[in-house]
Design a protein around this ligand. Structure first.
Ligand SMILES: NC(=O)c1ccc[n+]([C@@H]2O[C@H](COP(=O)([O-])OP(=O)(O)OC[C@H]3O[C@@H](n4cnc5c(N)ncnc54)[C@H](O)[C@@H]3O)[C@@H](O)[C@H]2O)c1
Length: 358
């Protein structure tokens, strides 16, 4: 039987779920309900994807017994609370990134899903980019040797219009800045290869956009394996998105994956020039948007996991890892000192932690 989906929040990212569920995963999934507190949005989104059940209040959607699983596509500050409500209503949960804005909330969401025996998937779709899968396979095969250092850079443009179009964006209460919103994907990939950090130091600033949180950030990390990491994140790049790039360096391997959203291999050096030539020439072009094609594979992975009673690739525990790094960066900025990991969270909201400071 197909899994019956509901989508809560019909804004900018919702079509990535809508397209995947109604055009690509039609053998395994059915989108039967959508919900937005702005009725026109819910109506037009529902119409676009041929969905009959339109809700304007998520409580009503969550009471719908026909729905097996919900995708939470609301502003980030609501993710944990809505995910917990969905789990308590017996629904499986797919939550957009970040899964929560504090570790305390992330842990409550994870616990609620465990307690209700429902599956939790967090949308870090870039793990499914073909280029990233190759990097992960090379890592798992030990081809990098001892890792020395890595670099995750996001150089994108989110102009003032983007922030002004939705009042939650760039706020501490609902979003955070370029780290929590845009850079979280690349930070997830960084830690997927490099493992957990032991210490982080960072600077952030709000340089060009009129928002509460940061629009530019740099951080340095020490990883448990002895390697170093650098994170560079900016939503201020003129005049448009430039690149999202992950570079991994080890004793016997050097790889750079760039392109607009970590989807193009720029360097693939494991000592065999022919292999690099083959990899570079066999690539597809950039996807049309920075969101890429990964939602389809991520949702499919969650569906397979539910059917098999297994963990999805990015479950709550996995989704928590990038969140912990970003919160570690915010703690370093807030307290002006290197932060040791695992993070001992000092506040359970970004507003309380950053207090309007960036
Ligand atoms: N995976 C990705 O690459 C990616 C890309 C963009 C955004 N996102 C994430 O998706 C989330 C949404 O971002 P967006 O840019 O689409 O936001 P948006 O503002 O465009 O859309 C959010 C929608 O949620 C609705 N909403 C708010 N509260 C609601 C509630 N209680 N019930 C029902 N609807 C509600 C709003 O009315 C709005 O239409 C954010 O958490 C963001 O971080 C992920």
């Amino acid at each position: 039987m197909k899994l019956r989906f509901g989508i809560i929040g019909c804004g900018r990212i919702a079509p990535s779920h809508g397209e995947a569920l109604t055009k690509m995963l039609t053998d395994e999934a059915e989108l039967i309900a959508v919900c937005d507190i702005i009725p026109e949005r819910a109506n037009s989104f529902g119409e676009r994807y041929g969905v009959k059940k339109i809700y304007y209040d998520h409580h009503d959607l969550l009471q719908d017994q026909e729905i097996d699983i919900v995708c939470i596509c609301t502003p980030s500050g609501y993710h944990a609370a809505l995910g917990i409500e969905a789990a308590n209503a017996g629904k499986h949960v797919v939550v957009e990134k970040p899964m929560a804005l504090s570790l305390a909330d992330a842990d409550r969401l994870i616990a609620a899903c465990h307690a209700n025996k429902v599956t939790l998937g967090v949308v870090h779709q870039n793990r499914f980019n073909p280029a990233i899968k190759l990097v992960r396979n090379a890592f798992e095969a030990g081809r990098f040797g001892a890792l020395t250092h890595a670099n995750a850079a996001i150089r994108w443009c989110r102009d003032q219009k983007y922030y002004d179009a939705a009042s939650w964006r760039g706020t501490w209460a609902q979003d955070g800045g370029v780290l929590m919103n845009q850079s979280i994907h690349n930070i997830d990939l960084l830690q997927w290869i490099m493992g957990a950090p032991t210490e982080i130091y960072a600077y952030t600033a709000t340089r060009l956009r009129q928002i509460e949180a940061e629009d530019v950030a740099v951080a340095i990390l020490k990883f448990a394996n002895g390697a170093f990491g650098i994170i560079e994140a900016a939503s201020t790049i003129f005049p448009r998105n430039l690149e999202e790039t992950l570079s991994i360096f080890g004793a016997t391997g050097s790889v750079i994956v760039g392109g607009i959203a970590v989807n193009r291999i720029e360097a693939w050096r494991f000592g065999d020039d022919n292999e690099e030539q083959q990899i570079l020439s066999g690539q597809q072009s950039d996807p049309p948007t920075v969101y890429g094609f990964g939602h389809r594979e991520l949702l499919s992975n969650v569906i397979q996991a539910i059917r098999a009673g297994k963990r999805p690739l990015v479950d709550g525990e996995e989704g928590r890892k990038a969140l912990e790094i970003i919160l570690g960066i915010y703690h370093a900025v807030r307290f002006g000192t290197p932060i040791k990991f695992p993070l001992q969270e000092k506040a359970d909201s970004l507003t309380a932690l950053m207090g309007g400071k960036s």
